[in-house]
Design a protein around this ligand. Sequence first.
Ligand SMILES: *[C@@H]1O[C@H](CO)[C@@H](O)[C@H](O)[C@H]1NC(C)=O
Ligand SMILES: *[C@@H]1O[C@H](CO)[C@@H](O)[C@H](O)[C@H]1NC(C)=O
Length: 129
Amino acid sequence: MSTKNNKHVLFLIVLFFFLFLGEASNYHVYVINIMKSNVTIHCKSKDDDLGVHVLSYGKPYEWSFNVNFWKTTLFFCGFISQYGSGVYDIFRADRDLGRCRICLWEVREDGVHGFKDNASNDDLWFKWQ
Ligand SMILES: *[C@@H]1O[C@H](CO)[C@@H](O)[C@H](O)[C@H]1NC(C)=O
Ligand SMILES: *[C@@H]1O[C@H](CO)[C@@H](O)[C@H](O)[C@H]1NC(C)=O
């Protein structure tokens, strides 16, 4: 093979690698309030402040992001409700990479419940602090 062809092959390999990485690193978090009263939520990562949002009953709040190369991506959220409040890790790459791609959280009277992809039962439960 000529050097020119080798360059083309290398280019294609690099291109597919980045397409694959881009595709493979897209994560979504959904937080749904299933309490009859509002919850105030404020999520942040080291680099992003997602702002303060008030979620009424049944209202989902979501965002998506890529996990960084070092797999240290962390989002934590503060919750304030009439039943209690707390600050919890809502996405943590070291915990969640194999756990969920669409990471669902339900805010309930007894705290914040986390679900694996497509799971019908929660596997994480943060009680109000
Ligand atoms: C709950 O949130 C909704 C939507 O943000 C708002 O319109 C409503 O006034 C809030 N209710 C209370 C009791 O704060
Ligand atoms: C979850 O369900 C969706 C849609 O039914 C499916 O495409 C996806 O592969 C499922 N994920 C897992 C981890 O089972």
